[in-house]
Design a protein around this ligand. Structure first.
Ligand code: GLP
Length: 634
């Protein structure tokens, strides 16, 4: 799937290769590393690798471990890690030292003495000298043959936050507020995220003979595009890689979304003018020149680089009408199809009615954020709706809420006059465990059960708010989540079989799912993959041929109008009701990574739905209060 570098990439100042997904990219990079190690071995030399942490390289490390099991030896490999949180013990669950052992070193034959991760515990007074020595050690072994990088949403590489200079070397740095918020989930709260880190400098990285940066998921798309396409600036340290003689970016489809060749391909070269691309270009043009679709004229097209489209499908009048109607036809107040009506231009079929709709929510609350209004509509219109929560979401419940719940159990027991019950013993046990829990240690199974129950209660209250009877809720508690922690989940066939069983029981006419563009290690992306592969296996079942799959998005993922196949308008009351539903997820108010980026999560959901409505309005379509968007998944 490697695209060769051509004039198409004229906007790109760093060679960038697009892959269908992270696994495909990592397989190729791991092979390249194997070849490097083998070539160096043959010369009797060591291979010097610069390594990164975070969720981005985990797939690469899995692949390297696989290659090791097939015979690749790491005995002559020396590694230097980019960075480490300052103040963390090497055994702390979030320390990069531990991460490297768990994700790679413990599974390959690399001598421990050959691995280097900056020491987060070195004293303040020794830090300067320590960092100089780290640099020196890299020099002493002949410099890095290859440096692997991820990228943070601030554009940082290693922990070189905005403001880092091109020449910076290994040093102690302050962490940016956004970086700390992004790490908040791993550290169970932003207040626990260290404020400082030791990191190799931009200059250290640029000295490597080869640099490969990987980026997955839509969340990285904007920063990746800026690093590749904008002039290098210290407010975006990754952009300094533009000056490197042997650098490459590997991105998956969703992380490439903001590159000009993907976002505005007509500015880069010839385009296949299929209906989706036509909609994309015309809605973009409308925004660009600030006119509603039906007022666009030939000159608008030709002056903005769309002459080819005009020649192939023009004149403007024809194109305008085509896109206006296509976009108009996505709008429906009947997400389950309108019975007894002509459905030629409707996103959903009129029949059968009612339909069995199955909504998969990766964690409790994703459903409400993405389709709380549509859920309400479906129920009102008589469809048989089931909401299935793939995971319990227990990792995102603060301890304080668990303590409150235990107190409630004990109070209820007292009211009932029976304080020696199984429930009270459970509550006391959880209280003891919480009291003895070390900071950042994993919750016990009992605490996780209780936290899961808290989220079940919230999910039920939220669904009730949307009119869904609680017996229509399924809590699947997929095992990958119960056994794992953020960024380190490992789904197995057991997860898929839970989903497959449910699909066969419900035999839905509609399935709603989300997470297709998310960071591949997120719960949302893993949930998507699990559901998708269960659906793939169901393809032979008779119900499948009569089933529409609809993709929805959480509040932090913006829709572009051309991407929509179904747009469900919400009235002010429906929007308010959705917000009330989201509000029932009380433990989540400050937990999601989105929270803190401008308010609580319900505000973001409200703003996202209003934003879609504004986009329709600006295109010259009807003006609604808010809209929830969906894309048909083939
Ligand atoms: C941290 C690390 C970086 C990493 C970034 C992105 O800040 N210091 O090296 O690239 O996170 O993390 P992730 O790969 O989890 O998205």
């Amino acid at each position: 799937m490697q695209n060769s570098i051509s004039e198409k990439e004229q906007f790109e100042k760093i060679p960038t290769i697009l892959y269908p997904d992270a696994d495909a990219a990592c397989t190729i990079l791991a092979t390249e590393i194997r070849e490097l190690i083998e070539a160096r071995d043959a010369e009797g030399k060591k291979s010097i690798l610069g390594l990164a942490t975070g969720s981005t390289p985990t797939r690469l490390y899995r692949e390297l471990i696989r290659l090791h099991r097939e015979g690749l030896s790491f005995a002559n490999v020396i590694t230097f890690n980019l960075d480490e949180y300052y103040g963390l013990e090497p055994d702390h669950p979030e320390s990069y030292s531990r991460f490297m052992r768990e994700q790679l070193f413990d599974h390959i034959n690399i001598p421990k003495a050959n691995t280097h991760v900056p020491d987060g515990l070195v004293g303040r007074h020794e830090v300067f000298e320590y960092c100089q020595k780290y640099e020196q050690k890299i020099e002493d072994v002949g410099g890095l043959d290859l440096q692997i990088l991820g990228i943070g949403r601030t554009g940082h590489i290693g922990f070189n936050e905005p403001g880092s200079s091109r020449d910076s070397l290994t040093r102690l740095v302050n962490l940016d507020a956004l970086t700390r918020r992004d790490a908040a989930r791993d550290f169970l709260g932003v207040e626990n995220v260290p404020r400082y880190a030791i990191t190799m400098g931009v200059g250290t990285i640029l000295k490597a003979r080869k640099v490969v940066l990987m980026a997955w998921g839509e969340g990285k798309a904007e920063v990746v595009a800026s690093a590749i396409q904008e002039p290098p600036v210290d407010s975006l340290p990754a952009s300094f890689l533009q000056g490197h003689p042997n650098v490459r970016f590997l991105v998956d489809n969703s992380a490439s979304n903001a590159l000009t060749r993907v976002r505005h391909p007509w500015l880069v070269g010839s385009v296949n003018w299929n209906p989706r691309n036509i909609r994309k270009a015309v809605t973009w043009l409308s925004g660009k020149v600030g006119k509603p679709i039906l007022k666009l004229v030939d000159e608008d097209y030709s002056e903005q680089g769309l002459a080819e489209l005009l020649t192939e499908h023009g004149p403007a009048y024809e194109l305008n009408i085509l896109v206006f109607n296509d976009t108009q036809h996505t709008l429906t107040g009947w997400p389950g199809g309108k019975p007894h009506s002509d459905d030629t231009h409707r996103p959903e079929r009129a029949n059968p009615h009612p339909k069995r709709a199955l909504i998969f929510s990766p964690e409790p609350q994703d459903d409400l954020l993405g389709l709380g209004g549509t859920l309400h509509r479906l129920i009102d219109q008589g469809h048989e709706v089931t909401v299935a929560y793939l995971t319990s979401g227990n990792l995102a419940v603060p301890d304080a809420d668990a303590i409150k719940a235990t107190e409630l159990i004990l109070d209820a027991a007292e009211v009932a006059g029976d304080t020696e019950t199984g429930e009270t013993r459970f509550a006391h046990k959880v209280q003891d465990q919480l009291r003895n829990k070390e900071q950042f240690s994993l919750d016990t199974p009992e605490i996780r059960r209780l936290k899961g129950m808290i989220r079940r209660g919230e999910a039920r209250a939220a669904c009730l708010q949307c009119g869904l009877p609680i017996e229509r809720i399924r809590f699947l508690d997929l095992p990958f989540y119960e056994k794992g922690r953020y960024r380190q989940f490992m789904p197995t066939d057991d997860d898929e079989s839970v989903v497959a069983t449910l699909l066969n029981v419900i035999q839905p006419h509609q399935v709603y799912l989300t997470g297709n563009l998310a960071d591949p290690s997120s719960v949302q992306a893993l949930g998507f993959k699990i559901v998708e592969s269960a659906l793939n296996k169901a393809k032979a079942s008779p119900w499948f041929s009569d089933c529409f799959l609809w993709l929805y998005r959480s509040a932090d993922r913006e829709w572009n109008i051309h991407e929509l196949d179904m747009s469900v308008p919400l009235s002010p009351d429906e929007l308010a009701n959705k917000v009330k539903g989201i509000y029932q997820h009380q433990t989540q108010r400050n937990q999601t990574p989105m929270a803190g980026q401008g308010g609580e999560v319900w505000k973001l959901a409200e703003a996202a739905d209003r934003e879609i409505a504004c986009k329709f309005d600006a295109l010259g379509l009807a003006e609604y209060e808010a809209i929830e968007g969906f894309q048909r998944h083939q």
